[in-house]
Design a protein around this ligand. Structure first.
Ligand code: UT7
Length: 356
């Protein structure tokens, strides 16, 4: 019998500090009008000084465990997709597992930039399908605010911080993850890059002075590539699942630019109501963007039991990923009364906000 990987729990976390476009325009030469019309972003969340990729990820993962009713001690593996880990080493996933109390879980980080969550999901799925593990926590998390050049208006207005998590569980029941497409093309290396801090250009006073530890992007080149590749990856994942785009009930695209999402919608001939968008609240949260949008789409009643959901992302590398799944969980499992505590003792802030 085939073992399927079903989503048994889900959670997200967004730092409470909101930075609006108007606030940005007080210290960099931009405007709310430019940012909104070019990207769809109105505001983004910024991690507090004492928050890190680990703390954000732990909030999201605790909620995912609470929704599933799973004890952290039953986790087999934690995979964290991130390009903004706490440290170059050790891996953030190891710190997250320990903080969760996942005493017998192994953990590793995976770096595929904005596509990281989908690569992590494909990895978690494979561990379950192979029979090696039964409970895998898959997290996309970023603290991009620490890796921005806040004097560069072409990048600093675009990004934000956040985390999203799903718990994959082995099951003999049908559904769960049905088809994937993973793509990469290193000729796009300069398209989105953090130029220094790696072995090619180690950190030095000169690299710090030149802001080379911050993200640089060739915006319009990335825009064109992303628009084409997200459409292609979406089609490939649907094909690999033996389905067509018309079979998909809800699309969750990487939230990098509303114009890219609208463009891909047109290419695939998707009605707007089938696409969940939250870029206006969070900006581009890279690897966290797809799981945060997924969790909010569930909270907003956009995803029902039995629905086919297609997630698609594109990012630095270039990389792209797409995953088609059949949603099997009862979405209302995640709704708690305001103020009610999850099993882990964490108030379910993000979901309360999302469903308000
Ligand atoms: O998550 C990974 C994937 N990332 C993406 O998919 C991002 C893809 N790229 C984009 O979303 C868009 O290219 C941007 C939003 C980054 C830029 O939009 P654009 O329409 O491609 O603008 P542009 O870069 O061609 O710049 C147009 C003008 C320029 O001025 P001039 O040269 O025409 O006078 C820029 O200097 O807009 C100017 N500009 C700004 N003006 C006000 C660039 N950034 C800003 C800003 N505020 N923040």
């Amino acid at each position: 019998m085939t073992t399927n990987a079903l989503i048994g729990g889900w959670g997200m976390y967004a730092p409470s500090r909101i930075m609006t476009n108007d606030e940005l325009s007080t210290f960099v030469d931009t405007s709310d009008e430019w940012i909104r019309t070019r990207t769809g972003i109105r505001e983004r969340r910024i991690a507090a000084d004492d928050e890190t990729a680990t703390t954000l990820a732990v909030h999201a993962a605790r909620d995912a465990l609470a929704v599933a009713g799973l004890d952290p001690g039953e986790l087999d593996l934690v995979i964290v997709g991130t390009c903004t880990p706490d440290y170059p080493l050790p891996a953030t996933a190891v710190l997250v597992a320990t903080e969760l109390g996942a005493t017998r879980a192994s953990g590793f980080d995976l770096q595929a930039a904005c596509s990281g969550f989908l690569y992590a999901l494909a990895s978690g799925h494979s561990f379950i399908r192979s029979g090696m593990y039964r409970n895998v926590m898959v997290i996309g998390v970023e603290v991009l605010s620490r890796f921005l050049d806040w004097t560069d208006r072409s990048t600093c207005v675009l990004f934000g911080d956040g985390a999203g998590a799903v718990l994959l569980q082995a099951s003999d029941a049908p559904g769960g993850l049905l088809g994937f497409d993973l793509f990469s093309d290193g000729t796009g290396c300069e398209g989105i890059i953090m130029p220094a801090g790696g072995s090619a250009r180690p950190a030095s006073h000169a690299t710090v002075d030149a802001h080379q530890h911050a993200i640089r992007m060739l915006g319009s080149e990335v825009y064109k590539y992303a628009t084409r590749q997200m459409g292609e990856s979406a089609m490939a994942a649907v094909r690999n699942a033996g389905l067509t785009v018309d079979d998909v009930d809800q699309f969750v695209f990487h939230q990098a630019n509303l114009r890219i999402i609208n463009n891909v919608q047109k290419q695939l001939n998707i009605p707007a109501e089938k696409t969940y968008v939250n870029i206006e609240k969070y900006g581009n949260t890279s690897a966290a963007s797809v799981p945060m949008a997924l969790v909010e789409a569930v909270a907003a009643g956009r995803i029902h039991q039995g629905d086919k959901v297609l997630m698609v992302a594109f990012g630095a590398g270039y990389t792209a990923g797409a995953a088609l799944m059949e949603w099997t969980a009862d979405p209302t499992r995640a709704f708690l009364a305001p103020g009610e505590q999850t099993r882990s003792g964490q108030p379910r802030r993000a979901l309360e906000e999302a469903s308000a």
